[in-house]
Design a protein around this ligand. Sequence first.
Ligand code: HSE
Length: 299
Amino acid sequence: MGRPTLAIRVPATTANLGPGFDCAALALTLYMEVEVEKADAWEVVYEGEEYSGLAGGEENLIVRTMQETARQCGAEAAPCRLTVRSDIPLGKGLGSSATAVAAGIEAADHLYVLGLSVEEKARIGSGIEGHADNVVAAIMGGAVFSRYRDGELETVHIPHPHVGAVILVPDRPLATEESRGLLPDTLRHADAVCGSAANGVMAAAIAVNDWELAGRMMERDVFHEPYRTRLFPDFDQIRCFAREAGAYGTAVSGAGPSVFVLTGAGSENVIAERLAGKFLSYRPIAVRASSTGAAAVTV
Ligand code: HSE
């Protein structure tokens, strides 16, 4: 094998942060790394057991994203061999598919010399994902609040969130489509107004670095958690315990099944240990918010 032409690193992300359904997301210090080299045919090799069942050819999501990105820019997508290493739990609500999409866009941009701006990358990624939360944070890093409709994307990017988190990862994966299938078609107007206010206050609190208030608002979702948490029998106990342990707030991570616990920067390891001793069916991962989004790195 020759030297890789390029290596891309992309963070894991947690979406929604409670009331920011399909809008809010935070990049985390857990990463996927993709080495890319030009080849005669498309090939994707995953290192590690967790990802070994994923498609290794043209059906692969990173490959499809590279091809689609090139197509949208009117460029030719020359085939590549990709080697992927990832610390991001697969199918556990930490944006693993959005990370793959962000990696594909970044790889295509470098390899096919497309000259895409970060906003263009985020718009292409949102189109592929269908909503603009995880993928925008995976591309930009930091915290993001986005509105995406009919190909139009508006994002506010908060580049350096100084905060920690514990992700509680259960054994079983949960498909996003299955979890979205639990949501109702309509919501009472008064409830939607309250949920929208909670997301607005949370976004403003994050922008001014008031994580305590952000954590309180994170626990005021009405858009999805009331319908999804029946899949998490111990969600309320985790929320109470985490608060007593000093966390700012607890939410379902993306579509689940992981649980996201927001902590002060520097408290994440202690709180992770306490949660580990109490909720034995989850694997806790202590992280910080990641300021870096998808980017080429030296290997
Ligand atoms: N906003 C999405 C959801 C995130 O909660 O379904 C997962 O893709």
